[in-house]
Ligand binder design. Sequence first.
Ligand code: SF4
Length: 491
Amino acid sequence: MTLDKNAFLSKSLFLRGLRCYKSLYLHKYQPELRGEVPEFQNSLLESGMDVGMYARKLFPDGIEIPFDEMSIAEQIDKTKKTIDVGATTLYEAAFNYDDVFIKADILHKGKGGWKIYEVKSSTSVKDYHLEDIAVQYYVIKGIGLPVSKVCLAHINNQYVRNGEIEVDELFAIVDLTDSVIEKQDFIKDEIEKMRDILKDSMPDIEIGKHCSEHYDCDFKGHCWKHIPENSIFSIESNWIDKFSYYRQGIVHFEDLPMDKLNNKQRMYVEAFLEKKDFVEREEIENFLSALWYPMYFLDFETFYTSIPLYEGTRPYQQIPFQYSLHYIENKGANPKHSEYVAAPNCDPRKELLEKLLAEIPTNACVIVYNQTFEKGVLKGLAEAFPAYADWIVPFIENIRDLMVPFRRKALYHWQMYGSHSIKAVLPALIPELSYEGLEIADGGMAMDAYFHMCRSKDPDEIEKIRTSLLEYCRLDTLAMVRILERLYKLK
Ligand code: SF4
């Protein structure tokens, strides 16, 4: 079998092209312009592979067509021979039709013909899944295999683990046959369009929302290099339709039409242009008057997995494995610190909970940054360990959210760039305390690091990761202490 190199499209290239023709073109002809895949995505990739392996248990004893040991032609050949000798279940079956190459996660022969199952680690069907599976149908139907059904198997997030994983419960299977058949003309047209584009010069496609749809495009570093460091895109929130202004040639704050902005938008722009802060003292006072001593500043780090690891947990449930606690026992006292990080490869929840409850007095004011997250973690612990619920409930009631004055813009600094996240608030208010230079700089990296620690067999590496995790989480609660001090100074 010979493949036409210029016309050839793999499924992933085709899906890339659907998102942006320029991305397809660059990937094919200038792949060196791609940025690096962020380290955090590695966990997500591995999580997706786990899901794929579990889904195979829905149709056991299939034959795998491995992709890392064979060329494309060999995979296609092996698929054909496997089907010819009467196999009824194939994993990663490979096909080529019309110079489009696809691999089907699971192909299973039933009474009326072959059924295609695409496995996804998401918890619902997304539009782009339909396109993914529609191109598989185009190819498999195209080579003449009778296809009776096309389905998506995604994670059922209502599933609760009770003993061994029950794969029939873990996955929700959605029949997409009708929608996939309806999409066939679209798929054919798009394939032709992409081939024309690949024969021509690079398509002239402007940056837009599509550059960050679902995840950041790996050519962003290249396509966005003309956007200056401080531009309307520096503001994080969707405070204006940035791309609409961009299309009008407006990139700098100074070019924005002030008379068309609402009060909050004008505040962002004025703060940035004049490098100034906005302070609502009354609002800050109201917030501070609801706090009391002793104050305990708490931050959790969590991980989640698509396949629930522990009894009674659901897919993607946040499992706390670490906390940092700064505390001030009374007014004017120096902050003290305590911390916990779980040993690798254990269910960390009970030990973490017991240590935490022993550390925080029942009358303490518990300060967090973004209470939805910490309260959610504590509620999860109360459900998992009902014997502790009487301790956890008052603890949750005593939580006060330091994010509130920043979300309400009671204090806004021009370098917060429209965001009230602690990662924006901290460097703006306390520049000497920074996440820069830390091995771990956000919650996603902390989760990835913990997984890495669980996989490692090297005690030195485990210790190094543990130190980095502690350093990062400690900074999160120290940041809260310092931010609160700033608020008190403004009173
Ligand atoms: S960064 Fe945006 S415009 Fe550039 S290739 Fe990616 S999606 Fe297309």
